[in-house]
Design a protein around this ligand. Sequence first.
Ligand SMILES: [Zn+2]
Length: 177
Amino acid sequence: MNRRGGALSRKRAPVVVGWFTEESAGGDRECGFRLLGTRCSSCASVFFPREDVFCRNPGCPGGELTEVPLSPRGRIWSYTDSRYRPPAPYVSDPELEWQPRTLIAVELEAERMVVLGQGAPGVSLADLAIGMEVEAVPGVLNEDADTTWTTWHWRPTGTRGPAEETADATGATGVKA
Ligand SMILES: [Zn+2]
């Protein structure tokens, strides 16, 4: 899947531990990929980013927080694109021309929450619409000498694409066949 020479020797590591599942057992990274939150045993509130210390629901007497996978799909609540290189701590190669990336806020109906994420490589504003169904897919935030830092991307459902492209090396050839 990775088309960059030498990249195969890099280890994969999540940019934030515990926010999403790692590679699934089948070897297909897209199959079974899920964002991970926590749910309160007392009031059933779901938190993402995960809350592991105490339930933030002010009306809740407090319960145990356990890890739960979030809905794999949601609907676009809002979206935009980043036309300028984000400041640090965002990591990007200043030698490379900045490639605009879409930012998508996705409403998860069951959890009643909105989760922000980058669009998958090749996804442009023209591909998106409010209310469109998207799915969480594994993505790459950036790479350094020995590590590929992984994250999640949002991608319109029903499209298969180069989800393994690096954040900056997008040839932007398009996700759709
Ligand atoms: Zn609670």
